[in-house]
Design a protein around this ligand. Structure first.
Ligand code: SAM
Length: 202
């Protein structure tokens, strides 16, 4: 099934109307959220990225079981995909429970980085939403530090409930369902601003 459902980076709405909203999930793991959002939003094109083969198989199982036609899979690292997507083509981005890489010497492996944010700023439409969830407070602080200093993004939270409450449209992921009782994940939502591009270097 994979060749049939593999994403075409140059044509993210391939197979649907050109004005179809496109949502991107980075690191979909077991594909619970990807498949759940695709079922709930049949008029949206979902592109899921996951290099882990077992996750890709789960996504294809979900696509087959629900007879989905609105999902495409990128079965590799998201970063080359981001480089190939057209400007301003993505309406929502989900990064749910990314690997926290807690050791300082591994922080450079974190998917939320200045470079990834520059790429997201280019491919996201003005007004598009970026949702990042984490249960790791150190990574939560890192995410806020990097996104808030980026000129293309604005944190949409007005109150503590906006980042502690699970968003009503969220679909629980496998990683999230394994969290220890008492650990509170953060759901951080940002807007792609109308202005602002890549950061100034330096
Ligand atoms: C901790 S798991 C969370 C999976 C899923 N989002 C969940 O909540 O159950 C992080 C996932 O991100 C994927 N990942 C890591 N780096 C990635 C990258 N550069 N591009 C795409 N996916 C990546 C991993 O393979 C892994 O499945």
């Amino acid at each position: 099934m994979l060749p049939r459902f593999r994403a075409d980076p140059a044509d993210p709405t391939e197979g649907c109307a050109g004005d179809t909203p496109v949502w991107l999930e980075i690191g979909f793991g077991g594909a619970e959220h990807l498949v759940g959002q695709a079922v709930a939003n049949p008029d949206v094109r979902l592109i899921g990225c996951e290099p882990f083969l077992e996750g890709v198989v789960k996504a294809l199982d979900g696509i087959e079981a629900a007879a989905l036609r609105n999902v495409r899979i990128h079965d590799e690292d998201v970063r080359p995909l981001l480089d190939q997507l057209p400007d301003a083509c993505i309406d929502r981005v989900f990064i749910l429970f990314p690997d926290p890489w807690p050791k300082t010497r591994h922080h450079k492996r974190r998917i939320v980085s200045d470079t990834t944010l520059d790429s997201l700023a280019r491919v996201m439409r003005p007004g598009a939403m970026l949702r990042i969830a984490t249960d790791h407070m150190g990574y939560g602080r890192w995410i806020l530090f990097h996104v808030l200093r980026h000129p293309a993004f604005r944190w949409t939270a007005d109150s503590v409930r906006d980042w502690l409450d699970v968003p009503p449209d969220h679909v629980t992921t496998r990683y999230q369902s394994k969290l220890l009782a008492g650990s509170t994940p953060l759901f951080l939502a940002f807007d792609r601003c109308q202005t602002g591009g890549a950061r100034e270097e330096g």
